[in-house]
Ligand binder design. Structure first.
Ligand SMILES: *Cc1c(COP(=O)(O)O)cnc(C)c1O
Length: 431
């Protein structure tokens, strides 16, 4: 399988090259050159890891990593991703993506990327160093995934004082090969420092700099696997393709579902739930792509005003009619998120995180004919215990922490403050 840019550069890359590069030299995003065909009859074992190995095989073909695929899958997807029926509803289930080390779906992509990176053939003797700018959630997942991986360092930058206490805990509890920098500035400053460090990579001669952000193809491919698994399970049970509601921001999660459907898995509708950031919704309505600054909401991991994976979707669906057929989208405001968390605790005895609550709200307001069109799967992207400041006052109770998060609390802090100045980052990297 070859990968190419969404823009004009016709160069073809192997999977290993696509992983190491992250982004194409012309600024485009890397996508598979063509999609294989894999109908449900190709999958005899419907477990997550077995289905993942069948699905990913063509995407790894002809690459140095192909011989390691089974190991990579077993190592990365080592936690359950259960499909849990929603109490009292006919044919509605919740796909729980939050049973990994940092209790959000980004663990899937981050762990898979780490398992791939540690097996990439060494290019030279420099130490591979992954820079991650985070507004809160991604940094923790990447740090957890790479912690203790030999020969790779991770440097996480987050805006000091601008992440929640629980996020800060997950960003600063590492050490060893993971260093965490609290930047006196904003998330945009953190992103700028990472970009400037890449531009001045010669100033860091002992390190080969790389990134692990959400546009890396190595984060998207494993995400498709839980759509493969859950759609197969649903099809075997009901004889019908599954419909999904996906809480969305940068569109990486739903793009993985689009790819799973494209290769032939039994997936029907993909309904996107957005918070107040309406860029995609306005685009579907007007046909004009107008990225803008993000607005802050309760579902903060979805606060994206310029979703980068739209470029991959538009590459796949250049015609507006095809795009509108592929995805539908609804925006949910903060008051409605709060109301849905309160209502569904009563109605379903279910506690949503603010992101998952947008999906529950979208499901609730589907037209009756669309509901009957089920089975429906609500994608739960994070555990509510990650957001106690928001959820606990609404439900009037404390949320028990999953063991993975509880384990992190007792670890010692390891963090260094820096100014939002690239020279401080470079000094850190040259230490
Ligand atoms: C990142 C994130 C999202 C948004 O996913 P995208 O792939 O960016 O669309 C939704 N919910 C949670 C909890 C997240 O961390």
């Amino acid at each position: 399988m070859n990968y190419l840019s969404t823009r004009s550069d016709p160069t073809l890359y192997s999977l290993s090259e696509a992983l190491a590069r992250g982004i194409a030299p012309d600024g485009g995003l890397l996508v598979p050159k063509q999609f294989p065909t894999l109908g449900s009859d190709r999958f005899c074992d419907h477990s997550l890891t077995a289905a993942a190995k069948v699905f990913l095989k063509p995407f790894f073909s002809d690459d140095a990593l192909a011989v390691h695929l089974d190991e990579i899958v077993d190592e990365a997807l080592n936690f359950p991703v259960p499909l849990v029926p929603l109490k009292g509803e006919h044919d509605v289930s919740v796909l729980e993506l939050f049973h990994g080390p940092t209790a959000a779906f980004k663990d899937v992509g981050a762990r898979f990327l780490a398992a791939c990176f540690k097996r990439l053939p060494a290019v030279d003797s420099r130490r591979l160093t992954i820079l991650v700018a985070t507004s809160g959630d991604t940094g923790g997942a990447v740090a957890a995934a790479f912690y203790g991986v030999p020969n790779i360092d991770v440097v996480v930058l987050y805006p000091k004082g601008l992440v929640s206490p629980r996020q800060e805990m997950q960003l600063t509890c590492w050490g060893k090969n993971v260093s965490t920098l609290a930047v006196r500035g904003t998330f945009d400053d953190c992103q700028r420092l990472v970009k400037e460090a890449f531009a001045q990579a010669d100033a860091v001669p002992a390190r080969r700099l790389s990134s692990a952000n959400s546009i890396n193809i190595g984060r998207l491919l494993p995400q498709a696997c839980y759509y493969v698994q859950s759609s197969l399970e649903t099809y075997a049970r009901t004889g019908k393709p599954a419909n999904y509601v996906v809480p969305s921001g940068n569109l990486g999660n739903v793009l993985a579902a689009v790819w799973a459907r494209k290769v032939g898995l039994p997936i029907d509708r993909l309904q996107l739930a957005f918070n107040a950031n309406r860029t995609v919704i306005d685009y579907l309505e007007s046909g004009e792509w107008q990225p803008r600054a993000s607005v802050a909401t309760l579902a903060s991991a979805m606060d994206v005003g310029n979703p980068s994976n739209m470029e991959r979707l538009r590459h796949l669906f250049p015609e507006m009619a095809a795009m509108k057929d592929a995805i539908q989208a609804v925006s949910i405001d903060d008051e409605t998120i709060k109301g849905r968390i309160v209502a569904d605790l009563k109605h379903y005895e279910q506690i949503w995180c603010p992101h998952t609550a947008t999906a529950a709200e979208v499901y609730e307001h589907l037209k009756p004919a669309d509901k009957d069109h089920g089975p429906w799967i609500l994608v739960a992207t994070a555990h509510p215990a990650k957001f106690p400041e928001i959820v606990e006052p609404l439900i009037g109770a404390s949320i028990p922490m999953p063991q993975s998060l509880a384990d992190l609390i007792h670890r010692p802090r390891s963090v260094q403050d820096i100014d939002a100045d690239v020279s401080e980052l470079l000094t850190h990297l040259n230490r």
